[in-house]
Design a protein around this ligand. Structure first.
Ligand SMILES: NC(=O)C1=CN([C@@H]2O[C@H](COP(=O)(O)OP(=O)(O)OC[C@H]3O[C@@H](n4cnc5c(N)ncnc54)[C@H](OP(=O)(O)O)[C@@H]3O)[C@@H](O)[C@H]2O)C=CC1
Ligand SMILES: O=C(O)CCC(=O)C(=O)O
Length: 429
């Protein structure tokens, strides 16, 4: 479908539509629904800038290895580019282009004045020492020095990175500029201008979205049976917050597989176990081991993929038993699987809504940093909750009024806002 010079096609498998083409397809559906000028869409279906840099790194054994680092900047019509930095072996320009475009619609939907970007390096961080990771991160930032900045493009954590990498990024950028510039990244440690509440923010946003969906059915989170794929920054935070709200977490997983307990997992015990075992849940004794594939089709009310793309596919969508599927991860459902779930009457809370709590608190971190005034956690959570609840209900109302899926409703709101801004500013010459 996409004939871009900049975005290489994904490896072809029959009927597989890669995340970038999928995101373009949703963009086109939104454009059709809103009858947007095709001259606007032709601009929005490509990233504005794609940067690839060489990262020579001296390994601990003395050998020099050259890695490729990328930053894809999709759109800055509403404000500076914004989006995470991913360290994972599957990182590719095609993947980052999809994720950057999702950031544009997400920020627009939530009403925060940012565009969309995403960056990354195709490495497995667990194969590198701490020193190697620091050298890789610092060189990545040095090479991108002209392409990022607090009013230009503001990275944040994503898969395989955390506040630790953000601190190295902030420090490298600041050293190059000759003064401290905390606003160049978000998701930083509190000691250098991070925001209270950012570590749990994406999981909290997921919890708020599910809570609002259940409230519309006159239900609460109490006793709701939830399954979560992924036990990283997003999955573990979501598990903790759902558990605290009285929901029952039946199963969680990481790359090693899943753990299932029909009575509900002891989430605090699991978090403690993971913290003592190099952030792996393998071997936890409070449940039985299952595979990631088994986890997705467990009987439950709410299923939350919080790991990678393409987890719910045409092969397993028909067997999903949850009534609500929440895209805590970006793009975890393939195009055909999305259609299968819709036909089955499963409510899908789309990524650009469900996982937006993270970028919202990143925005609040940036606002606090720019104004040199820092808030307590209650205020951060309150401000984030306001934006998430508002966005949820705008999407839900539109979905009901127009008789379209929550995804299409969310896309029409996000895309509509960007398209309007692009037209008002005047199309690029
Ligand atoms: N961090 C954030 O603020 C935001 C993140 N997101 C999205 O949420 C998702 C997760 O990100 P985040 O939690 O930050 O990343 P993390 O790296 O912190 O965690 C990723 C989790 O997924 C697990 N995982 C990796 N591969 C697989 C697999 N094949 N099957 C099952 N689990 C797997 C990892 O296991 P292991 O640790 O064993 O490798 C880990 O538990 C991504 O899609 C990201 O883009 C969206 C919005 C904001
Ligand atoms: O916090 C941010 O700025 C980015 C979060 C992100 O990468 C995402 O929402 O996918």
């Amino acid at each position: 479908m996409v004939s871009s010079l900049q975005v290489p096609a994904a490896a072809p498998t029959p009927a597989y539509i890669c995340p970038f083409d999928r995101t373009c397809s949703y963009l086109q559906q939104a454009a059709d629904e809103l009858q947007i000028d095709p001259n606007v869409i032709v601009i929005l279906e490509q990233p504005r800038k794609v940067v690839t840099v060489s990262i020579p790194v001296k390994l601990d054994n003395g050998q020099v290895k050259v890695l490729a680092g990328h930053r894809v900047q999709h759109c800055d019509v509403l404000g500076p580019y914004k989006g995470g930095t991913r360290y994972h072996p599957a990182v590719s320009l095609q993947e980052l282009s999809a994720l950057a475009m999702l950031m544009t619609w997400k920020c627009a939907l939530l009403g925060i004045p940012y565009g969309g970007a995403k960056g990354g390096i195709a490495i497995n961080p667990s194969h590198y020492s701490l020193g190697e990771l620091e050298r890789i991160t610092r060189r990545y930032v040095s090479e991108l020095i002209k392409d990022i900045g607090p009013e230009l493009d503001i990275p944040a954590p994503d898969i395989g990175t955390s506040s630790r990498e953000m601190a190295w990024m902030m420090d490298t950028y600041s050293m190059n500029m000759g003064r401290a510039i905390p606003g160049v990244v978000t998701g930083k440690p509190l000691s250098i201008g991070g925001s209270k509440g950012r570590d749990l923010a994406t999981g909290r946003g997921v919890m708020i979205a599910v809570r609002e969906a259940l409230l519309e059915q006159n239900r609460s989170l109490k006793g709701v049976k939830i399954v979560i794929q992924g036990f990283g920054k997003v999955g573990a935070a979501a598990a903790q917050l759902f558990h605290e709200a009285g929901a029952k977490i039946l199963a969680v997983s990481d790359v090693s597989g899943g753990i299932f307990n029909e009575q509900g997992l002891d989430i605090p015990a699991l978090q403690l176990y993971a913290a003592q075992n190099n952030y792996s849940i393998a071997g936890f004794s409070g449940g039985e081991m299952i595979s990631n594939a088994e986890l997705l089709t467990l009987p439950c009310e709410v299923l939350i993929p919080a790991a990678l793309e393409d987890q719910i596919t045409e092969e397993n969508a028909g067997q999903i038993q949850a009534k609500i599927v929440v895209e805590a991860a970006n793009a975890p459902i393939t195009l055909i699987a999305d259609q299968i779930l819709e036909t089955k009457g499963v409510m899908v809370l789309p990524d650009i809504l469900a996982n937006a709590g993270g970028v919202v608190v990143s925005y609040l971190e940036w606002v606090q940093g720019q104004s040199y005034v820092f808030w307590d956690e209650k205020r951060v959570n309150r401000e984030m909750e306001k934006l998430m609840v508002h966005a949820y209900h705008r999407v839900s109302e539109r979905s009901q009024k127009q008789g379209v899926s929550m995804r299409l409703a969310a896309y029409t709101l996000g895309v509509g806002r960007v398209a309007q801004a692009l037209s008002d500013r005047g199309l690029y010459p």
